[in-house]
Design a protein. Structure first.
Length: 94
């Protein structure tokens, strides 16, 4: 179990999510930054009661925590972005 072999490193909990979809989104975020991540469902059927855990190799935990600690937009900010009118684009000449 070394930093050279993260796949065989001990997996540790980085975040509990209330459902499978949220856990997959979070794991995808980590994977997009090269952090190996695994989703483990806690209920008998994914997406139903029980929630899910996002696990990473222990050696990757500090990096995963840093990524997840970055400020996420609030619901109000997301709503504003969703309804905002895009700025006018200059017309192309040619």
């Amino acid at each position: 179990m070394s930093d050279d072999d993260p796949v065989n490193d001990n997996l540790v909990l980085v975040r509990f999510c209330p459902d499978h979809i949220a856990a997959e989104v979070l794991a995808g975020l980590l994977r997009s930054d090269s952090v190996p991540a695994v989703v483990r469902n806690l209920g008998p059927i994914p997406g139903l009661e029980g929630g899910a855990e996002v696990l990473v190799p222990a050696s990757w935990l500090p990096r995963a925590r840093r990524l997840l600690a970055q400020r996420e937009p609030s619901d109000d900010e997301l709503a504003e972005l969703a309804i905002r009118t895009p700025p006018d684009r200059p017309e192309e000449t040619g």
